[in-house]
Design a protein around this ligand. Structure first.
Ligand SMILES: *Cc1c(COP(=O)(O)O)cnc(C)c1O
Length: 417
């Protein structure tokens, strides 16, 4: 069973002030999550979480994580700019197909550059002097398995470099003046198992031992990146970060310590795991339609949450006004002129009445941030449910003026009508 982090009455107070749809975030949950992660890896002296900005690029959220000792992982110029303006000191730049100007800016603000491709050394050389600290992104190819489960297919992923390229890159970068090196890898996404990180860590730790023996380079850090998932489905069990941290610790002691690599810092770039469960999309039922199926029309649409339309992703839905009633099978749909604009397909839900408030769960990461403006829909507001139980607007909803603002040579006069 999935329960929202807010009660019906508390939410009704917020919807009385702010029109739906909006994304709502739980400050307490975010802080607790960050503390649990930092605790789970406190055995590692240099541990740092670099929150993946793309998951929730909202300054008020980034500020909470900053206060909880997290850095940020950026992939674009504007993410770097925003992070720098917020005063982040610990910035990872894990980009790909990177423009030279982005390397220059990343370097200027002291971000650590994580090179995606062997060929990027040439691009980097043209952009800047090789920095003292640099990271390289590894792609072992093949399939990533846990036991007999195939988790993902790194050989089909556009990211990272082969092992041969990685060794070549490290030795060239060293010749070019780099002194401190890291290795990064992201091999499976949204893993709902406590075994992913320890297995990834084993592969990267063994690689670090090889790097030391072949190149004489002792890595400064190993970046396990993102990929720890969340239990979107109510029957799934949430990952336990304490168990995951202990699992990585065990492999660290087994593989790195005997090789004289006990100083290696562990970094993570978690996005989904940190934020997804601590955000909800709040929407109201506005229509019912009976044809070959029953449709519940809501005031949110795929522009507010793209994952169901894009990946067929499951997001649990709670009807706050009728959480336990008699059920019916419905499609919950938005108002886009697109038939994939469905938050739920043939889902059994308690009977929905027009006016009911629905909560779509686990939208705190890759939710608002993947939003778009198709059908000239405007981006929604984001609201923080603070630790003291109040609601704070952290991003206002877009207005038509925002949509019109980029039209070149055209100035619509806005009036009240
Ligand atoms: C997307 C991304 C992450 C975060 O992934 P999650 O699945 O949200 O944890 C981390 N690192 C890189 C390089 C990414 O592209």
């Amino acid at each position: 069973m999935k329960t929202p982090f807010i009660t019906r009455d508390q939410l009704a107070e917020i919807t009385a002030h702010y029109p739906t749809p909006f994304h709502l975030y739980d400050e307490k949950g975010i802080r607790e999550k960050a503390r649990a992660l930092n605790d789970a890896f406190s055995w590692n002296k240099g541990f740092k979480e670099y929150f993946a900005v793309k998951a929730t690029p909202t300054p008020a959220i980034l500020r909470i994580l900053q206060e909880e000792n997290c850095g940020v992982d950026c992939a674009s110029y504007v993410e770097l700019l925003m992070s720098h303006k917020m005063g982040f000191q610990d910035i990872m730049f894990s980009s790909n197909n990177t423009p030279q100007e982005d390397y220059q800016y990343a370097n200027q603000i002291g971000a650590t550059i994580n090179l995606d491709a062997y060929e990027d050394i040439e691009h980097l050389k043209r952009a800047i002097a090789i920095p003292e600290t640099i990271s390289v992104r590894y792609n072992p190819g093949g399939v990533f398995e846990l036991g007999t489960d195939i988790m993902d297919h790194p050989s089909e992923a556009k990211f990272g470099m082969t092992k041969k390229q990685l060794f070549q890159a490290l030795s060239e970068l060293q010749e070019l003046g780099a002194k401190y090196f890291g290795v990064h890898s992201f091999l499976a996404s949204n893993t709902v198992t406590n075994d992913y990180y320890p297995e990834l860590a084993r592969q990267l730790f063994e690689l670090a031992v090889e790097i030391k023996s072949e190149l004489g380079i002792s890595l400064d850090f190993i970046n396990l990146s993102g990929g720890i998932g969340v239990n979107y489905r109510p029957e799934q069990e949430a990952n336990d970060i304490a168990v995951i941290g202990a699992g990585v610790h065990r492999v660290y002691d087994e593989v790195l310590l005997p090789a004289g690599l006990g100083e290696v810092k562990i970094y993570t770039e978690l996005g989904r795991f940190m934020l997804a469960p601590h955000g909800i999309l709040v929407t109201k039922a506005t229509h019912r339609k009976e044809t070959y199926r029953t449709y519940i029309g809501v005031d949110a649409s795929a522009v507010n949450l793209m994952r169901p339309a894009m990946y067929g992703a499951y997001h649990h839905i709670t009807n706050m006004d009728n959480p336990q009633g008699t059920s019916e099978v419905v499609d919950v749909v938005g108002s886009l002129c697109e038939n994939n604009d469905k938050f739920a397909v043939q889902r059994e839900l308690p009977v929905t009445t027009i006016g009911d408030t629905l909560v779509i769960h686990d939208t705190g990461a890759h939710g608002f941030s993947m939003g778009y403006q198709y059908n000239a829909k405007l981006r929604s507001a984001e609201i923080l449910y603070t630790e003291d139980g109040s609601a704070r607007l952290i991003r206002r909803a877009e207005k038509p003026e925002d949509y019109f603002a980029t039209f070149a040579g055209l100035d619509f006069e806005m009036d009240e009508s």
